[in-house]
Design a protein around this ligand. Structure first.
Ligand code: GLY
Length: 279
């Protein structure tokens, strides 16, 4: 089954890191409600949500994606690029240890999981202000025994690689080419975000590998969907319409408060395939 690790919005989120966004007040109640709706959306799609304890003193802790890189055989725990965020990895490592063997990157490596776009056995890693060349090399070495290919991607004017591109299934990458150098993406279909919506390339693919229990569908606990679903912020109607016109099943979701914290829809979960841990 698909598992999503999440963490509640921290009450200190107004002290979050900001790199390309100006500071705007974040309504914590509204952010928490939007995060709950995001988790409900995942559950409705058949994903088992594992919500960790709140981290009141770690403003960016809701953005769990940055604290790990999970592949089928292992979970890699990075040294996060922002020093304020480094304590976030402790709780994430403890949670992931239930499902995967752990590998740890070491200083001077820095890497944020939001810089890693995995497509099958290929990992594209953004050379961002958070992820350095040593981090990319150490990730490559950590995953070499499992035969993953790791390629660096140049990015500019955005926080993470996945601020500017996401794999949306069907061999397609949704991308803002103003922010991401696409030369590593030969062989994939590139879908450009509309110019009016430069931030819309962060989309979350939920693949239809989910085995939905028939009784859960009958009782309405999960939806009877068979297609892959792409979760896209409702702030990007042109992108949603474009993807739907191309035949993608899109689920719009309001994440406006966490967008003020430079977050998107991928950042708020770590999603991977696993059996239930042994109790
Ligand atoms: N506020 C999200 C980050 O800077 O990592």
């Amino acid at each position: 089954m698909l598992i999503a690790i999440t963490r509640p919005v921290s009450p200190s989120i107004n002290r979050c890191e900001l790199t390309f966004h100006d500071k705007e007040p974040i309504d914590i109640s509204k952010a928490a409600a939007q995060h709950a709706a995001y988790e409900a959306c995942l559950r409705a799609l058949g994903v088992r949500v594992v919500s960790l304890a709140v981290e009141p003193d770690l403003p960016d802790a809701v953005f769990v994606e940055d604290a790990a890189v999970v592949v089928d055989e292992a979970a890699v725990i990075p040294v996060m690029g922002a020093p304020s965020r480094r304590p976030e990895t402790d709780g994430i490592a403890a949670a992931l240890a239930e499902y995967r063997s752990l590998k740890f990157l070491e200083s001077p490596a820095t890497l944020d999981g939001g810089d890693v776009m995995r497509i099958g056995r290929r990992l594209f890693v953004g050379a961002s202000s958070r992820t350095n060349a040593v981090g990319i090399d150490q990730l490559r070495a950590a995953l070499a025994p499992f035969r993953y290919e790791v390629n660096a991607v140049e990015i500019s004017r955005c926080l993470h690689l996945k601020s500017g591109c996401s794999y949306v299934g069907r061999n397609s990458i949704l991308v803002n080419r103003e922010w991401v150098d696409v030369k590593q993406f030969a062989g994939f279909e590139l879908i450009d975000v509309p110019a009016e919506e430069p931030g819309a390339a962060n989309a979350l693919l939920i693949e239809s590998v989910i085995e939905r229990a028939v009784e859960d569908v009958v009782e309405g606990v999960v939806e009877d969907v068979v297609d892959d679903v792409v979760i896209v912020p409702s702030a990007f109607p042109r992108t949603i319409a474009m993807l739907e016109a191309r035949g993608f099943a899109v689920r719009p979701i309001d994440v406006s408060e966490l967008q003020k914290a430079e977050g998107g829809v991928t950042c708020k979960s770590i999603i991977f395939n696993a059996d239930e841990p042994d109790s």
